[in-house]
Design a protein around this ligand. Structure first.
Ligand code: UDP
Ligand SMILES: O=C(O[C@@H]1O[C@H](CO)[C@@H](O)[C@H](O)[C@H]1O)c1ccc(O)c(O)c1
Length: 499
């Protein structure tokens, strides 16, 4: 029997997320901020997430369906659970776009006694078609932009052809955009480059950014004080309201909110926390490339050599590839574990936010996924950027030239990284005047992030405004996009709180 989720109550919001660790968790944390303001929230994502959450035995079956008061609902993306979505990314995105809308629509009919009880649907960028499902039920739609606001601005201008971007005939052109530093091709998101191999993303973003009027609100997982210039630059086009950082409350000093709203798709190895506790303060190099990137064998070797030669304690997350290949991608070099057993720890999946906020951790070598970056900003430690694809190259540019909280591993001409360069980066962020400056800047940003989410802070005010707008019964009377940020006076008041 179909179970109604709404139990006759009003004020429901349904969040819809692409099925990835770094997409679902910020949506859940937005959900928690909404439930704190009296809204009932559920999150719908695809079956592959349920499968992964259940497989990760750190999450029990009950928790797979209810997270911090947010009900999880699942629909099919049209593919079997054992399908290799990563290798066949374009087919995966096509299937999701083809089957997602009707399956989501059926889910809404099944779970809500009347779709009219839904104040709005909130989607994220990889499932933009959710806005069409919202329109089918005459429900307003919001988007949570889960990458830096800088990426929102870049894609908006690129796909609406408002600025010049590299082409096959001019692949090396430098891109100049308001509110951002000049960007060379290695600083741009891979999906806007002429050699991007994943055709589904430019197609998806083109449809999304040319049809922005389908979204009454655009919320961003960032905070005003972090990206003010680029956020201001979008005010005249299609504004984005920052409401983040959407990270665990413990990283934000929100002690009154102990429970995090997140799921784990892999079981984390808690033994590394015990190991960290035995290390001197500010000594450990933490290394992780997130949930999707699998590094080629040569790059794994370069990192292994650099860590050995740096002679500092390290914690390295080496997540076994879901579909292993014979070329050794994602595998540790033979003998590495034995050679470094007294120096470092390797785990398959770490409790990353606890690691980053541990006093023993000194810096983070990262692929620059936006969730990892926000978690690091909130922990106040410097980064070493080694971006791979999608938003990551731009995120690396932000780390170095805008936020000024880290360094970037420069690639060799063959596109690989050398162990010497990695080692040099480790030294730069660990010792000397540059290390000191990076740490100081990182600590100042951490303080700003905390202020943004506290009562009356810029992000908290933007959430308050969003809830006020979705719950006011202006829906019938006023369908115009509510995309504006706080009024200028409001923003100024918040700005005065800058540290
Ligand atoms: O060993 C790990 C590696 C990553 N993460 C979490 O996985 C998410 C990764 O998201 P991100 O956007 O950084 O990168 P993605 O994995 O999506 O590429 C972050 O919240 C991390 O805290 C984790 O819990 N343990
Ligand atoms: O984009 C994918 O995942 C990550 O999302 C983060 C937030 O958007 C981003 O900052 C990070 O760089 C990305 O790695 C993603 C793409 C394709 C796919 O099949 C996924 O499972 C995730």
């Amino acid at each position: 029997m179909a179970q109604a989720e709404d139990k006759g109550e009003e004020n429901h919001v349904l969040l819809v997320a692409f099925s990835a660790q770094g997409h679902i968790n910020p949506m859940l944390r937005l959900g928690k901020r909404l439930t704190a303001k009296g809204v009932h929230v559920a999150l719908a994502t695809t079956e592959i997430a349920r499968h992964r959450i259940l497989k990760s035995s750190s999450t029990d079956a009950k928790a797979a369906y209810l997270v911090a008061g947010i009900k999880l609902l699942f629909f099919s993306d049209g593919l079997s659970l054992d399908y290799d979505r990563k290798t066949n990314l374009d087919l995966y995105m096509d299937s999701l776009g083809k089957h997602g809308p009707s399956n989501l629509s059926a889910l809404i009919k099944e779970h809500y006694t009347s779709p009219k009880k839904l104040l709005c649907l909130v989607t994220n960028p990889f499932v933009p078609w959710v806005s069409d499902v919202a329109a089918e039920y005459n429900i307003p739609c919001a988007m949570l932009w889960i990458q830096p606001c800088a990426l929102y601005a870049i894609y908006y201008r690129c796909f609406n052809k408002l600025s010049a971007f590299p082409t096959l005939t001019d692949p090396d052109m430098v891109v100049e955009l308001p509110g951002l530093p000049s960007m060379e091709k290695e600083d741009l998101p891979s999906f806007v480059l002429p050699n991007n191999p994943f055709g589904s993303f430019p197609k998806l973003f083109s449809e999304l950014f040319r049809g922005m009027e389908k979204f009454k609100w655009v919320l961003g997982n960032s905070f005003y004080e972090l990206e003010k210039h680029v956020i201001d630059s979008m005010c005249e086009l299609y504004p984005i309201r920052p409401i983040g950082p959407l990270v665990p409350p413990t990283l934000l000093g929100l002690d009154q909110e102990l429970e995090d709203a997140s799921v784990d798709m892999w079981k984390s190895d808690e033994t590394c926390i015990e190991w960290l506790t035995q290390q001197p303060p500010c000594s450990v190099v933490y290394v992780s490339f997130g949930s999707i990137v699998v590094l080629p064998a040569k790059q794994m070797e370069a990192i292994a050599t650099a860590l050995k030669n740096a002679k500092r304690p390290f914690l390295w997350v080496v997540k076994p590839p879901e579909f292993p290949t014979p070329d050794g991608a994602g595998q540790l070099p033979l003998g590495f574990l034995e050679e470094t057993k007294d120096q470092g720890q390797v785990v398959r999946w770490s409790p990353q936010t606890r690691v980053l906020s541990h006093p023993a951790v000194a810096c983070f070598i990262t692929h620059c996924g936006w969730n990892s970056m926000l978690e690091t900003i909130c922990s106040g430690i410097p980064l070493i950027a080694y971006p791979q694809w999608t938003d990551q190259p731009t995120n690396a540019k932000l780390i170095v030239d805008v936020f000024k909280i880290g360094v970037r591993i420069k690639k060799e001409v063959d596109g690989n990284m050398s162990s010497e360069v990695i080692e040099k980066c480790i030294e730069e962020v660990m010792v000397g005047p540059m290390a000191e400056q990076l740490r100081k800047t990182a600590m100042a940003l951490k303080a700003k992030a905390r202020i943004a989410v506290q009562a009356g802070g810029s992000s908290d005010e933007n959430i308050r405004l969003f809830v006020e707008e979705i719950t006011s019964d202006s829906r019938e009377k006023d369908d115009s996009p509510k995309v504006g940020n706080l009024s200028h006076e409001g923003q100024d008041k918040v700005r005065d709180k800058d540290v």
